[in-house]
Design a binder for this molecule. Structure first.
Ligand SMILES: *[C@@H]1O[C@H](CO)[C@@H](O)[C@H](O)[C@H]1NC(C)=O
Ligand SMILES: *[C@@H]1O[C@H](CO)[C@@H](O)[C@H](O)[C@H]1NC(C)=O
Ligand SMILES: *[C@@H]1O[C@H](CO)[C@@H](O)[C@H](O)[C@H]1NC(C)=O
Ligand SMILES: *[C@@H]1O[C@H](CO)[C@@H](O)[C@H](O)[C@H]1NC(C)=O
Ligand SMILES: *[C@@H]1O[C@H](CO)[C@@H](O)[C@H](O)[C@H]1NC(C)=O
Ligand SMILES: *[C@@H]1O[C@H](CO)[C@@H](O)[C@H](O)[C@H]1NC(C)=O
Ligand SMILES: CC(=O)N[C@H]1CO[C@H](CO)[C@@H](O)[C@@H]1O
Ligand SMILES: [Cu+2]
Length: 222
């Protein structure tokens, strides 16, 4: 019991340090996450609330047992550091949002040890259903912010959905009041390659060079 409280306190202290001064301007965002055909879809909304970010997944379709290779673990999803690339290449999104060098798999009992962009690790994978539909999923994430920290903010990022290592759908995070760089993509493609949830400790907002090498080094299947 005592140990548990101590762990909670530590985690809380970590969060306070991580979040910094909250923005009073950016409050709402969304990500329209799809595959190429639009038959695999999750609509994400992000609302800044007291205590963190209210993340809601609606209109979920296409995440069915028939398309899932790994049916038991289901679909993982993360905030990735870069926007979706030309032709909606999900690989262009590079690795996970991970400014504090968290690790995989996420230990839910100690969120400070998780990658902050590891939404599925922190809040649960989406285990496929037979018809691929789900009721709305909603939770508060205590670590994510539109603006903080500068190298780990949500603006300019993307969301990627995986199954058994393959990137099956992706979409840019669009934040009201923040002008994202021009997107190159027009529709989302399932990645042809398994892989690639690299650690991105050096991630900066869009435009960071020198990242590719880091990602390549840390490539791992998920
Ligand atoms: C969101 O994705 C769905 C499915 O691909 C598409 O029908 C819809 O037009 C998209 N909306 C926006 C605003 O991109
Ligand atoms: C989070 O968003 C959902 C969907 O909009 C809403 O139903 C829920 O009340 C919100 N929760 C909080 C704590 O704001
Ligand atoms: C998903 O979001 C897009 C853009 O906001 C919207 O056009 C579309 O109707 C939404 N679909 C569902 C099923 O909620
Ligand atoms: C994360 O790791 C990188 C590379 O090893 C290091 O430069 C950076 O200071 C680390 N950041 C934190 C918050 O520990
Ligand atoms: C939680 O994780 C952090 C970062 O890895 C670590 O420093 C800390 O000791 C962990 N706390 C507990 C209670 O395990
Ligand atoms: C779009 O493509 C151009 C030309 O390849 C590139 O300079 C730019 O960085 C790309 N933008 C994004 C958001 O990927
Ligand atoms: C359940 C399942 O089919 N898992 C597969 C995931 O992908 C690896 C290759 O990366 C296969 O070896 C597994 O069988
Ligand atoms: Cu991912």
């Amino acid at each position: 019991m005592l140990f548990k409280s101590a762990a909670t306190l530590l985690a809380f202290a970590g969060l306070v340090a991580a979040q910094g001064t909250p923005s009073t301007e950016l409050k709402h965002g969304y990500a329209n996450v799809t595959n190429l055909n639009g038959d695999m879809v999750i609509n994400f909304t992000f609302d800044k609330v007291e205590g963190g970010m209210n993340i809601t997944l609606t209109g979920i379709k296409g995440l069915s047992t028939s398309v899932a290779i790994d049916k038991a673990a289901g679909f993982q999803y993360h905030v990735h550091v870069k926007p979706v690339g030309p032709n909606y290449g999900c690989m262009a999104t590079e690795g996970h949002l991970n400014p504090f060098n968290g690790s995989l798999p996420c230990n839910k009992a100690n969120l400070t040890a998780c990658e902050i962009g590891d939404l599925a690790g922190k809040h649960g994978n989406i285990v496929p259903t037979e018809d691929g539909t789900f009721p709305t999923i909603s939770y508060i994430d205590t670590q994510l912010s539109f603006t903080e920290p500068a190298n780990g903010a949500l603006v300019g990022r993307s969301i990627v959905i995986h199954n058994n290592g393959t990137r099956v759908a992706c979409g840019n995070l669009v934040v009201d009041g923040y002008t994202a760089p021009a997107a190159n993509g027009t529709s989302t493609g399932a990645a042809t390659n398994p892989t690639a949830t690299g650690k991105n400790s050096a991630a900066k907002l869009v435009g960071s060079a020198a990242l590719t090498g880091v990602v390549a080094l840390f490539m791992m299947a998920l």
